[in-house]
Ligand binder design. Structure first.
Ligand code: HEM
Length: 503
């Protein structure tokens, strides 16, 4: 068969597939009102409209079609939600219907067939994994009990920055924070700091990019085999590299367990490995099913959840503080008064009200997960008069919600922490104006840890140092471009010069 014949065959098969889908959809939806949305193309639907920064493209479309908009990504009916009240309808009022996750090629490769928590379907398996991670790692008590290790790692960073400050060096702030969070996470999960045998931050960035991409294979399955975006190849390479890292971590822990029967100082991986041999465990359901690939998928979720998110948030907060010297100054003054010594302790954080406003405002403008993680509906439902069919994908435009002009009034694009003064807007999933951690059943289980990481690191680094931009760049010239993925990092690393401040 010639290449032209082959191409014609593919196009004809695609068109036939699309035509059958359209007929099926029309029969199902006959007489039922759909949320408004733009007209799509045959086969690909609206995939071509997403662009390089989908959160921005979808935000623009929603300004025309409204806060509950329907589009079609290939064959997948998709609802885009872009206002707080609409988000509340989906994530609170009808949370049970939308608490599942869609199938995704990236999760198949990178999460051992969606065996972790973040990408698994709603149901008893997901519940058992979530309960295990919450009780054994992410509960307030567990996280607070690990304050010492966070303080130690942060102390090491401060010392290295003092050396850079004395030498007047430019530091790669993004890189430094990435390493810090990696160290803190490794100690928490594996009982020791970052391992020189592998580079977790780098592989996590790749994973976030792949997992966040709108992969044509997920939406137009017959095109999957062609790997038009190169995502299948990248997923395979990353999955293999990550698997090697996870195998090393588990091997090390098994070796340790063989040589040490004191059972003291057990870290998260030790607890997980012990689960299999412990039938009376509180986590009986998981204990019965857990195997090596489930163990790896869960560790991967924890590494990914902890590292990429906190470091991205800290980078944006610091960028905004450097761009707004008066906000930086006010924050330093608050910390001086409350902390009143060199080291910021976690017990100080709740008293730092202005820091809280700074964090909220930065997460409003730069939500770490701009489109949350996609949800999927588990049954047909009518919401706000619109019919939404089972297995629809739900995308919450977190980035757009932070810019809803009806909520944030004027200066929507401006970094203005004071806008939170005297309001009761919270960021823990109760106030739908600001949901950086999502909300409802699938809301982030690592929120307590995430908030501590962010607040502690920012507070200490602005308390110990003033920060200047290098190469004569003025604050308002700092590049604030975004790079899209499951998370939304800065497109360029943040470079800055620390100047030591005596408290
Ligand atoms: C600044 C810090 C963080 C932010 C902004 C953040 C944000 C989010 C968001 C938006 C979601 C998706 C919610 C949804 O789909 O509705 C999520 C889910 C998740 N996060 Fe976080 N997160 C952070 C820190 C963490 C940490 C420290 C961990 C764990 C160590 C973690 C683990 C997870 C997991 C496992 C899920 C999936 C939950 C599920 O599907 O049931 N996150 N996070």
């Amino acid at each position: 068969m010639s290449p032209t014949d082959f191409a014609l065959l593919i196009v004809s098969a695609g068109s036939l597939w699309w035509f059958i889908l359209q007929c099926r959809t029309m029969v199902r939806q006959h007489g039922r009102r759909q949320p408004p949305g733009p007209i799509g193309l045959p086969v690909i639907g609206h995939l071509h409209m997403l662009g390089k920064l989908p959160h921005r493209s979808l935000y623009k479309l929603s300004q025309k079609y409204g806060p509950i908009m329907s589009i079609r990504l290939g064959s997948v009916p998709t609802i885009i939600v872009s206002s707080p009240s609409a988000a509340e309808l989906f994530l609170r009022t009808h949370d049970t219907v939308f608490a599942s996750r869609p199938n995704a090629q990236a999760a198949e490769y990178l999460s051992y067939g969606s065996k972790g928590m973040a990408f698994s379907k709603y149901g008893s398996y997901w519940r058992s994994v979530r309960k295990f991670c919450t009780m054994e790692l992410l509960s307030v008590a567990k996280i607070d009990s690990m304050a010492r290790l966070r303080r130690e790692e942060l102390g090491l960073l401060v010392e290295s920055l003092k050396v850079a400050a004395r030498a007047g060096e430019v530091v790669d702030f993004s890189e430094k924070v990435a390493r810090l969070i990696e160290d803190m996470t490794c100690r928490m999960l594996f009982g020791k700091s970052r391992d020189d045998r592998f580079d977790l931050s780098k592989i996590i960035h790749e994973l976030a990019e792949i997992a966040g991409a709108f992969n044509v294979a997920d939406y137009v399955p017959f095109l999957g085999a062609f790997d038009l975006q190169g995502l299948t190849r990248r997923s395979r390479v990353t999955a293999k590299a990550f698997d090697k890292i996870l195998e090393t971590i588990i091997d090390d822990h098994e070796e340790k367990a063989r040589n040490d029967d004191t059972k003291l100082d057990r870290d998260f991986v030790d607890v997980m490995l012990a689960l299999k041999n412990n039938p009376t465990s509180t986590h009986q359901q998981l204990a019965e099913t857990i195997d090596r690939s489930i163990t790896k998928a869960i560790i991967l979720d924890m590494i990914f959840g902890a590292i990429d998110t906190s470091q991205t948030a800290i980078e944006w907060i610091m960028s905004e503080l450097i761009r707004h010297p008066s906000v930086m100054k006010r924050l330093q003054e608050e910390i001086n008064i409350i902390v009143n010594c060199e080291v910021v302790e976690e017990s100080h954080l709740d008293k730092l009200e202005y820091l809280d406003m700074v964090v909220k405002e930065a997460l409003r403008l730069h939500p770490v997960a701009p489109l949350l993680v996609p949800h999927e509906s588990m049954e047909d439902i009518v919401i706000d008069g619109y019919y939404i069919e089972k297995n629809s994908r739900l995308i919450i435009n977190n980035w757009g919600i932070g810019r809803d002009p009806g909520i944030w009034s004027e200066n929507v694009e401006e970094f203005l922490p004071e806008r939170f003064a005297g309001t009761d807007i919270d960021l823990r999933g109760e106030s739908f104006q600001l949901i950086p951690f999502g909300s409802g059943r699938r809301g982030c289980p690592g929120m307590h840890l995430g908030l501590i990481n962010i607040k502690l690191v920012v507070a200490q680094l602005v308390h110990s140092f003033d920060w200047e931009l290098p190469f004569g760049i003025s604050p308002d010239e700092l590049n604030m471009d975004e790079a899209f993925g499951l998370s939304l990092p800065r497109a360029e690393h943040l470079l800055a010069i620390p100047k030591f401040r005596k408290s």
